[in-house]
Design a protein around this ligand. Structure first.
Ligand SMILES: [Zn+2]
Length: 262
């Protein structure tokens, strides 16, 4: 069932994203694939060190209409109709059951409002995990910031630096699948408690492709020396986990994810 959902959703998102398809495949997700299919030797021989201008992408996932969302919309509508009929019945027709109808209507409308939380879009890619709080705000957690990835009660949660970002596998099965696949490829040691998720196979084509603005490295700290990178051209970063380094202090392997940087 999960598989049919994945194939059903994809055509709908395809049309607007045809252009960037190639670049998406070149992203870390494809590295992950390479590793899984036994080409790890080849992958690890290549340096993952990048400069600020390097191409970076992520994929954006809008929520799937869950049974809960449909139910709450339905409750709000029916509630509205009942309340309307109740008001009409009470004041215009003096209908005996009008007060009941009014009560049921108000209750259903309230349930609809309480359960119908505004849906959020999820982003997964080179910047890590992102949860769109509203149109202008995306709460992000970079791969290098993540201490632990866990799965419980249909929720994939990413914990790090005192924060938690969650992806529901009910409303965002494709986002969760890609996030988990990327986490396993980028920061495998931190995927600590993920058993049977029942997720569809991850796809690097799912969701909408978004090209990210060039990274600003000036002002960030070098992981190796803890010093601030003062000048943009002195900054380098690990493409696997996003960790930043001063170009003169880049270690042979990333201190966070162990990717080859030399
Ligand atoms: Zn790294």
């Amino acid at each position: 069932m999960a598989k049919s959902t994945a194939t059903k959703l994809r055509p709908a998102t395809k049309t607007t994203k045809e252009a960037g398809r190639g670049a998406a495949k070149a992203s870390a997700a494809s590295d992950a694939k390479g590793k899984k299919s036994g080409k790890s030797g080849e992958t690890s021989r290549k340096t993952r060190l990048r400069s600020a201008g390097a191409d970076r992408v992520e994929r954006r996932f809008v929520p799937r209409a869950s049974a809960g969302a449909v139910g709450s919309a339905l409750a709000t509508s029916i509630g509205g109709v009942c309340a309307g009929a109740g008001v009409w019945g009470k004041f215009a027709l003096n209908y005996h059951y009008a007060p009941h109808l009014l009560g049921v209507g108000a209750l259903l409308a309230a349930i609809g409002l309480i359960t119908g939380k505004s849906p959020v879009a999820i982003r997964v890619g080179d910047l890590g995990i992102g949860v769109e709080k509203d149109q202008d705000t995306i709460e992000r957690m970079a791969w290098y910031e993540i201490d632990a990835v866990r799965f419980a009660s249909n929720t994939l949660s990413f914990t790090g630096r005192g924060r938690v970002l969650s992806i529901s596998t009910v409303t965002h099965p494709e986002a969760a699948a890609l996030a988990l696949a990327e986490a396993r490829a980028r920061i495998p040691a931190r995927v600590v408690d993920v058993a049977d998720t029942g997720l569809p196979p991850s796809s690097s084509d799912a969701g909408e492709l978004i090209r990210l603005e060039p990274l600003q490295l000036a002002g960030l700290r070098c992981k190796a020396t803890d010093r601030i990178i003062a000048v943009e051209k002195d900054g380098k970063y690990c493409a696997q986990c996003g960790q930043t380094y001063h170009r003169e202090a880049v270690p042979g392997n990333c201190l966070t994810c162990d990717a080859r940087l030399a």
